[in-house]
Design a protein around this ligand. Structure first.
Ligand code: NAD
Length: 286
């Protein structure tokens, strides 16, 4: 039987989430996505109007089908968490059931179970500020949206993830090496995400026979990365200094996710897998 994937963090066709969805679809998986509530309308209408059709083409010539798009805000675990100003916010009031717990319940109601969970989302409101200038609020917001969001998703989706299933998140080398410009506590958030990958691999492995890995991806000109402001510089730096001097394509990260989700990776869990043209292995730029 075909596998079913839920991919959180798809709102256009430029990011890693979209590329992962495509690679999983090409491998025969059914695709469900979770889209950030404020981005939902534009994503769904673009999808409907055919704006992404060119990017939907799979290797066999068919178009990727997204079976269902769920509104999601991964900084809220359940309705009790949602403050009044968000509840009444115009962009949120138009949708319902978008907290993590409610999305998991909806997926269970609609489909019963999943096999693959992907977390491809991050947010750090103060990402452009150095760590020394980051507020407590900004730091905690980065951790909430980029790290705890993964714990929460896994916690709520594990009960409906079939044994043998696989869960994947996206991280960045700034967790372990100094990358000036990746501020606001985002480097801290990725360090937490990588450490949590190990502990969650243990807990999800023992309890549900589900594998948990994270892909440390090289630089991609996604919407989120453009907001950080230094993405072109990071792409140039990688081109100049990485062992493989080619631009990284989102597809290469998608293919790795498809491998990690497949039985070919049945003994891989708790790992950080680098998909960065080898840049992580360099000690100095040459
Ligand atoms: P992207 O803009 O395609 O994806 C980020 C998504 O997160 C967006 O769709 C956004 O709407 C969503 N999002 C933000 N806050 C959310 C919330 N509270 N609830 C639900 N969704 C929310 O950009 P991307 O660069 O492909 O990012 C995907 C992942 O890849 C992130 O974890 C990012 O840190 C990681 N990553 C990116 C790069 C890069 O260079 N682009 C490198 C390494 C790792």
């Amino acid at each position: 039987k075909g596998k079913r994937a839920f991919i959180a963090g798809v709102a256009d066709d430029n990011g890693y989430g979209w590329a992962i969805a495509k690679a999983l679809a090409a491998a025969g998986a059914e695709i469900l996505v979770g889209t950030w509530v404020p981005a939902l309308n534009i994503f769904e209408s673009s999808l409907r109007r055919g704006k992404f059709d060119e990017s939907r083409v799979l290797p066999d010539g068919s178009l990727m089908e997204i079976t269902k798009v769920y509104p999601l805000d991964a900084v809220f675990d359940n309705l009790e968490d949602v403050p009044e100003d968000i509840k009444t916010n115009k962009r949120y009031a138009g949708s319902s059931n978008w907290t993590v717990q409610e999305v998991a319940e909806s997926v269970k109601k609609d489909f019963g179970s999943i096999d693959i969970l992907v977390h491809s989302l991050a947010n750090g409101p103060e990402v452009t500020k150095p760590l020394l200038e980051t507020s407590r609020k900004g730091y905690l917001a980065a951790l909430s949206a980029s790290s705890y969001s993964y714990i929460s998703l896994l916690k709520h989706f594990l009960p409906i993830t079939n044994p043998g299933g696989s869960s994947i998140s996206l991280t960045y080398i700034a967790s372990e090496r100094i990358i000036p410009g990746y501020g606001g506590g985002m480097s801290s958030a990725k360090a937490a995400l990588e450490s949590d990958t190990q502990v969650l691999a243990f807990e999800a492995g023992r309890k549900h026979r589900v594998r948990v890995n994270t892909i440390s991806a090289g630089p991609l000109r996604s919407r989120a990365a453009k907001a950080i402001g230094f993405i072109d510089m990071m792409i140039d730096y990688s081109l100049e200094n990485a062992p493989l001097q080619k631009e990284l394509s989102a597809e290469e990260v998608g293919n790795t996710a498809a491998f990690l989700a497949s039985p070919l990776a049945s003994a891989i869990t708790g790992a950080v897998i680098y998909v960065d043209n080898g840049l992580h292995a360099m000690g100095v730029g040459v």
